[in-house]
Design a protein around this ligand. Structure first.
Ligand SMILES: [Zn+2]
Length: 87
């Protein structure tokens, strides 16, 4: 069982959350090329080790949180509200 700590609700089973992707991906600026949009939507790194991720507590408060998780060990290294703060 994997636990994620929602900063608003406390530790919960990961099944209460929905993965939202890389927390560091940035949407291209207005007027960006098709190639930039293609890279933003479809291309992702596959990091091995600590990774910042967005998760939504869909079966709880429904808020978005930022989680730092080691993709190799699945250890959760920290969590914070998605707006502001650090994982
Ligand atoms: Zn919550």
């Amino acid at each position: 069982m994997m636990l994620l700590t929602c900063p608003h609700c406390g530790p919960r089973d990961v099944t209460e959350f929905t993965y939202g992707g890389d927390a560091n991906a940035r949407q291209p600026a207005d007027g960006a090329s098709l190639e930039e949009w293609n890279a933003y939507v479809f291309l992702r790194d596959n990091p091995r080790g600590p990774h910042d991720e967005l998760w939504q507590h869909t079966a709880g408060c429904r808020r978005w949180i930022r989680v730092q998780r080691n993709t190799l060990t699945h250890a959760v290294l920290g969590s914070a509200p998605a707006s502001g703060g650090r994982a």
